[in-house]
Design a protein around this ligand. Sequence first.
Ligand code: SF4
Length: 234
Amino acid sequence: MRVSASAAVPSHDCLLCPRLFAFREVQRAAHSEWFNAPVPSFGDDAAELLIVGLAPGLRGANRTGRPFTGDYAGGLLYQTLRKFGFSEGLYDARTDDGVVLRRARITNAVRCVPPQNKPEPGEIATCRRFLAAEITGLPKLRAILALGTIAHQAVLEALGLRRGHFPFAHGGLYRLSDSTLLADSYHCSRLNTNTGRLTVAMFESVFISLAPWLDQEAPRRSPITAAGGMGGPT
Ligand code: SF4
Protein backbone atom coordinates (compact mmCIF):
# COMPACT_ATOMS: atom_id res chain seq x y z
CA MET A 1 0.00 0.00 0.00
CA ARG A 2 1.35 3.38 -0.93
CA VAL A 3 1.78 5.93 1.83
CA SER A 4 1.15 9.57 1.08
CA ALA A 5 4.35 11.62 1.16
CA SER A 6 2.72 13.97 3.59
CA ALA A 7 1.01 11.36 5.75
CA ALA A 8 3.69 9.47 7.66
CA VAL A 9 5.60 12.35 9.15
CA PRO A 10 6.82 12.87 12.70
CA SER A 11 4.89 15.13 15.00
CA HIS A 12 6.33 18.53 15.83
CA ASP A 13 7.14 17.16 19.30
CA CYS A 14 8.24 13.66 18.33
CA LEU A 15 9.52 11.86 21.44
CA LEU A 16 10.85 8.73 19.81
CA CYS A 17 14.51 9.64 20.32
CA PRO A 18 14.94 10.83 23.92
CA ARG A 19 18.43 12.26 23.39
CA LEU A 20 17.34 14.27 20.36
CA PHE A 21 14.15 15.38 22.09
CA ALA A 22 16.23 16.66 25.02
CA PHE A 23 18.63 18.44 22.68
CA ARG A 24 15.70 20.10 20.90
CA GLU A 25 14.33 21.27 24.23
CA VAL A 26 17.68 22.87 25.08
CA GLN A 27 17.68 24.65 21.73
CA ARG A 28 14.07 25.77 22.19
CA ALA A 29 14.98 27.33 25.51
CA ALA A 30 18.07 29.01 24.10
CA HIS A 31 16.65 30.04 20.71
CA SER A 32 12.89 30.33 20.89
CA GLU A 33 12.79 31.94 17.45
CA TRP A 34 14.35 28.88 15.79
CA PHE A 35 12.35 26.02 14.26
CA ASN A 36 13.73 23.41 16.73
CA ALA A 37 11.57 20.46 15.62
CA PRO A 38 11.69 17.52 13.21
CA VAL A 39 12.40 19.16 9.86
CA PRO A 40 9.85 18.19 7.21
CA SER A 41 10.82 17.18 3.71
CA PHE A 42 10.74 19.91 1.12
CA GLY A 43 9.86 19.83 -2.54
CA ASP A 44 7.64 18.34 -5.16
CA ASP A 45 5.10 15.67 -4.12
CA ALA A 46 5.53 14.31 -7.65
CA ALA A 47 9.31 14.18 -7.34
CA GLU A 48 11.32 11.91 -9.58
CA LEU A 49 14.48 12.63 -7.60
CA LEU A 50 14.69 12.35 -3.82
CA ILE A 51 17.81 13.75 -2.17
CA VAL A 52 18.59 12.29 1.23
CA GLY A 53 20.92 14.08 3.61
CA LEU A 54 22.09 13.09 7.06
CA ALA A 55 20.29 15.32 9.56
CA PRO A 56 19.42 19.00 10.07
CA GLY A 57 22.33 21.29 10.88
CA LEU A 58 22.01 23.15 14.18
CA ARG A 59 22.05 26.61 12.62
CA GLY A 60 20.83 25.44 9.24
CA ALA A 61 17.64 23.42 8.86
CA ASN A 62 17.08 23.21 12.60
CA ARG A 63 17.01 26.99 12.71
CA THR A 64 15.04 27.65 9.54
CA GLY A 65 12.84 24.55 9.27
CA ARG A 66 13.69 23.65 5.67
CA PRO A 67 16.23 20.97 4.73
CA PHE A 68 19.67 22.32 3.82
CA THR A 69 18.51 25.89 4.31
CA GLY A 70 20.68 28.34 6.19
CA ASP A 71 24.01 26.59 6.28
CA TYR A 72 26.93 26.08 3.93
CA ALA A 73 25.80 22.76 2.48
CA GLY A 74 22.57 24.28 1.24
CA GLY A 75 24.38 26.80 -0.92
CA LEU A 76 25.96 24.13 -3.09
CA LEU A 77 22.92 21.87 -3.10
CA TYR A 78 20.36 24.50 -4.09
CA GLN A 79 22.76 26.05 -6.62
CA THR A 80 23.21 22.64 -8.23
CA LEU A 81 19.49 21.86 -8.25
CA ARG A 82 18.87 25.15 -10.04
CA LYS A 83 21.62 24.52 -12.56
CA PHE A 84 20.12 21.15 -13.47
CA GLY A 85 16.56 22.41 -13.72
CA PHE A 86 15.22 21.00 -10.47
CA SER A 87 14.37 24.34 -8.91
CA GLU A 88 13.03 27.77 -9.67
CA GLY A 89 13.84 30.90 -7.74
CA LEU A 90 17.07 32.05 -6.22
CA TYR A 91 18.13 30.34 -3.01
CA ASP A 92 18.79 32.87 -0.29
CA ALA A 93 19.13 30.69 2.82
CA ARG A 94 15.64 31.63 4.02
CA THR A 95 12.42 29.65 3.91
CA ASP A 96 10.68 32.64 2.30
CA ASP A 97 13.22 32.99 -0.50
CA GLY A 98 10.67 31.67 -2.99
CA VAL A 99 12.61 28.59 -4.08
CA VAL A 100 10.34 25.93 -5.58
CA LEU A 101 11.61 22.46 -6.38
CA ARG A 102 10.47 20.79 -9.60
CA ARG A 103 10.62 17.01 -9.94
CA ALA A 104 12.79 16.91 -6.82
CA ARG A 105 12.44 16.67 -3.09
CA ILE A 106 14.86 16.88 -0.18
CA THR A 107 14.72 14.99 3.09
CA ASN A 108 17.05 13.76 5.81
CA ALA A 109 17.75 10.29 7.19
CA VAL A 110 17.25 11.76 10.67
CA ARG A 111 14.70 14.54 11.02
CA CYS A 112 16.01 16.12 14.24
CA VAL A 113 19.26 17.94 14.81
CA PRO A 114 21.77 15.72 16.63
CA PRO A 115 24.48 17.02 18.96
CA GLN A 116 27.76 17.51 17.06
CA ASN A 117 25.87 16.62 13.91
CA LYS A 118 26.24 12.93 14.83
CA PRO A 119 23.10 10.84 15.17
CA GLU A 120 23.48 7.57 17.02
CA PRO A 121 22.74 4.29 15.23
CA GLY A 122 19.58 3.78 17.27
CA GLU A 123 18.30 7.21 16.28
CA ILE A 124 18.92 6.53 12.61
CA ALA A 125 17.02 3.25 13.01
CA THR A 126 14.15 4.91 14.85
CA CYS A 127 13.69 7.65 12.28
CA ARG A 128 13.86 5.11 9.44
CA ARG A 129 10.08 4.72 9.48
CA PHE A 130 9.71 8.30 8.24
CA LEU A 131 12.33 7.88 5.54
CA ALA A 132 10.65 4.69 4.36
CA ALA A 133 7.28 6.44 4.25
CA GLU A 134 8.82 9.31 2.31
CA ILE A 135 10.27 6.97 -0.31
CA THR A 136 7.19 4.80 -0.70
CA GLY A 137 4.95 7.86 -0.78
CA LEU A 138 6.47 9.30 -3.95
CA PRO A 139 4.59 7.73 -6.86
CA LYS A 140 6.89 9.08 -9.57
CA LEU A 141 10.20 8.41 -7.85
CA ARG A 142 12.96 7.37 -10.28
CA ALA A 143 16.15 8.07 -8.34
CA ILE A 144 17.38 8.56 -4.81
CA LEU A 145 20.53 10.58 -4.29
CA ALA A 146 22.18 9.74 -0.97
CA LEU A 147 24.54 12.37 0.39
CA GLY A 148 27.14 10.46 2.36
CA THR A 149 27.53 7.00 3.76
CA ILE A 150 25.01 7.29 6.57
CA ALA A 151 22.28 8.51 4.24
CA HIS A 152 23.18 5.75 1.78
CA GLN A 153 22.89 3.09 4.47
CA ALA A 154 19.69 4.59 5.84
CA VAL A 155 18.09 4.41 2.40
CA LEU A 156 19.08 0.77 1.96
CA GLU A 157 17.74 -0.15 5.37
CA ALA A 158 14.54 1.79 4.80
CA LEU A 159 14.05 -0.31 1.66
CA GLY A 160 14.97 -3.57 3.36
CA LEU A 161 18.10 -4.01 1.24
CA ARG A 162 21.41 -5.42 2.39
CA ARG A 163 24.18 -2.91 2.85
CA GLY A 164 26.80 -5.39 1.70
CA HIS A 165 25.23 -5.61 -1.75
CA PHE A 166 25.46 -1.86 -2.28
CA PRO A 167 28.68 -0.35 -0.87
CA PHE A 168 28.81 3.43 -0.78
CA ALA A 169 30.97 5.05 -3.47
CA HIS A 170 30.94 8.65 -4.62
CA GLY A 171 29.50 8.64 -8.13
CA GLY A 172 28.14 5.13 -7.67
CA LEU A 173 24.84 4.24 -9.27
CA TYR A 174 22.82 1.22 -8.24
CA ARG A 175 19.75 -0.04 -9.96
CA LEU A 176 17.33 -0.95 -7.19
CA SER A 177 14.49 -1.99 -9.48
CA ASP A 178 13.34 -1.56 -13.07
CA SER A 179 12.26 1.95 -12.19
CA THR A 180 14.51 3.22 -9.41
CA LEU A 181 18.20 4.11 -9.12
CA LEU A 182 20.25 4.86 -6.05
CA ALA A 183 23.04 7.39 -6.62
CA ASP A 184 25.76 8.29 -4.16
CA SER A 185 27.67 11.48 -3.51
CA TYR A 186 29.91 12.67 -0.77
CA HIS A 187 27.93 15.04 1.42
CA CYS A 188 28.11 18.64 0.21
CA SER A 189 29.29 19.83 3.63
CA ARG A 190 31.68 22.67 4.25
CA LEU A 191 34.25 20.15 5.53
CA ASN A 192 34.11 18.04 2.40
CA THR A 193 34.29 20.99 0.03
CA ASN A 194 36.98 22.83 1.99
CA THR A 195 39.19 19.77 2.07
CA GLY A 196 38.65 19.05 -1.63
CA ARG A 197 37.02 15.70 -0.92
CA LEU A 198 34.06 17.02 -2.89
CA THR A 199 34.47 19.64 -5.61
CA VAL A 200 31.68 21.42 -7.44
CA ALA A 201 32.60 19.43 -10.55
CA MET A 202 32.38 16.15 -8.64
CA PHE A 203 28.99 17.06 -7.25
CA GLU A 204 27.66 18.16 -10.61
CA SER A 205 28.96 14.99 -12.22
CA VAL A 206 26.51 12.98 -10.11
CA PHE A 207 23.60 15.00 -11.49
CA ILE A 208 25.01 14.62 -15.01
CA SER A 209 25.15 10.85 -14.58
CA LEU A 210 21.53 10.79 -13.40
CA ALA A 211 20.18 12.86 -16.26
CA PRO A 212 19.87 10.11 -18.92
CA TRP A 213 17.98 7.92 -16.48
CA LEU A 214 15.62 10.68 -15.42
CA ASP A 215 15.09 11.75 -19.02
CA GLN A 216 13.92 8.29 -20.06
CA GLU A 217 10.24 7.69 -20.29
CA ALA A 218 9.30 6.54 -16.82
CA PRO A 219 8.24 2.91 -16.59
CA ARG A 220 5.50 1.94 -14.20
CA ARG A 221 7.06 2.03 -10.76
CA SER A 222 8.28 -1.44 -9.91
CA PRO A 223 8.82 -2.82 -6.44
CA ILE A 224 12.22 -2.77 -4.80
CA THR A 225 12.79 -6.23 -3.47
CA ALA A 226 14.42 -7.23 -0.22
CA ALA A 227 16.59 -9.61 -2.24
CA GLY A 228 18.61 -6.69 -3.54
CA GLY A 229 16.77 -5.30 -6.53
CA MET A 230 18.72 -5.41 -9.78
CA GLY A 231 22.11 -5.72 -8.09
CA GLY A 232 25.32 -3.74 -8.37
CA PRO A 233 26.43 -0.49 -9.91
CA THR A 234 25.12 0.34 -13.36
S1 SF4 B 1 14.91 11.82 14.81
FE1 SF4 B 1 13.01 11.13 13.89
S2 SF4 B 1 12.21 9.51 15.23
FE2 SF4 B 1 13.81 10.63 16.36
S3 SF4 B 1 12.70 12.17 17.53
FE3 SF4 B 1 13.29 13.14 15.61
S4 SF4 B 1 11.56 12.81 14.22
FE4 SF4 B 1 11.29 11.43 15.95
